[in-house]
Design a binder for this molecule. Structure first.
Ligand code: COA
Length: 293
């Protein structure tokens, strides 16, 4: 029996995506051993793709690859890389071609993060995150692009929203992700004529991820949901569904774009109004306006 498609919040048998849209295709996913990238890989596999997941921790990758193979009925293999080291990526690409013969889709998802004010951040700390996120994305593109030109494939870069406005203690990641966004849009216009697309997926607050655990404590995270427009934090499946869309033929004319998967949070971030109280009780707004301007 064909594996069930992957859709959050509705029975798997009623997926909005057809089960076999990625049949015969191969996904190459850095950071695929855990979190959002693992969820994106699972969704791609449940819609027919085989996959290679890449990262530094081979034990974690091996376990994840076994679980993904079992849960999807497709084949997933692990490959140990440090995206800062082009040689490790070249070896992983060779392993992928040997195993599957092609690469159609690439998720550039390997990332590093921690909270630090700029005043305490060492040059090496700043450089480390730039090297993992930005240089790692560049290295992944360089290693895979010849194969994506052949398959007329597609990239999705997992970025963030925190650099759209200033986010404290995130100067290193903000700089790194802004550069990733720039890499994607230039890649899109240069490689469009070769049939290669490139887009960015920018998650907002997503529960059950290493990033969320590192950047907030769980009680803050649960409290935060009351201030979000859709009344909840994101789920890994929300990102996975957006990834399936971006790789699918439904997005065949979409390149150089960013899909923000944050439940509307980014639009709200600059609001000076308390929310949702001010929306539910407009009278409370008058307390915020000085009597005489
Ligand atoms: N605050 C300030 N500086 C920090 C830090 C923190 N919490 N964590 C690491 N650094 C600094 C280190 O002190 C070091 O700088 P120094 O040599 O001047 O002391 C530098 O960053 C490199 O740290 P190191 O641990 O050697 O790097 P690494 O390559 O092993 O690890 C990190 C990379 C730092 C990004 C690490 O946090 C990591 O591997 N994270 C796992 C992936 C992840 O973050 N996932 C979430 C994605 S959203």
């Amino acid at each position: 029996m064909a594996p069930a498609p992957f859709v959050a919040g509705v029975p798997l048998s009623t997926s909005v995506f057809k089960a076999d849209i990625f049949k015969g295709k191969v996904l190459f996913c850095t950071g695929g051993g855990s979190g959002i990238c693992r969820g994106m890989t699972e969704a791609m596999m449940k819609h027919g793709a085989d996959a290679v997941i890449l990262g530094r921790q081979i034990n974690r990758l091996t376990k994840a690859a076994e679980e993904l193979t079992k849960s999807t009925g497709r084949t997933c293999i692990p490959a140990q890389v440090d995206v800062r080291e082009p040689k490790t990526l070249a070896a992983a690409v060779a392993k992928t071609i040997e195993q599957f013969g092609r690469i159609d889709y690439v998720i550039c998802g390997a990332a590093g993060n921690f909270l630090s004010p700029i005043s305490n951040l060492s040059e090496n700390g700043f450089r480390t995150v730039i090297e993992i996120d930005t240089l790692g994305t560049y290295n992944t593109i360089k290693a895979t692009l010849p194969h994506l030109r052949k398959s007329k494939g597609s990239y999705v870069h997992v970025s963030a929203t925190l650099h759209y406005r200033a986010t404290p203690y995130q100067v290193h990641v903000s700089a790194a992700k802004a550069a990733v966004d720039a890499l994607s849009s230039v890649l899109a216009i240069e490689e469009g004529p070769h049939g290669v697309r490139s887009n960015v997926l920018a998650p907002g607050p997503v529960a059950n991820t290493e990033g969320a655990d590192r950047l907030s404590n769980k009680s803050n995270y649960l409290e935060m949901k009351q201030t979000l427009p859709l009344g909840r934090v994101g789920a890994i499946e929300d990102c996975a569904n957006a990834g399936v869309f971006l790789f699918s033929d439904a997005a065949a004319f979409i390149t150089g774009q960013t899909i923000v998967v944050d439940g509307g949070n980014e639009h709200l971030r600059t609001s000076y109004l308390p929310y949702p109280q001010a929306v539910l009780d407009p009278a409370s707004i008058k307390d915020m306006i000085p009597a005489k301007l």
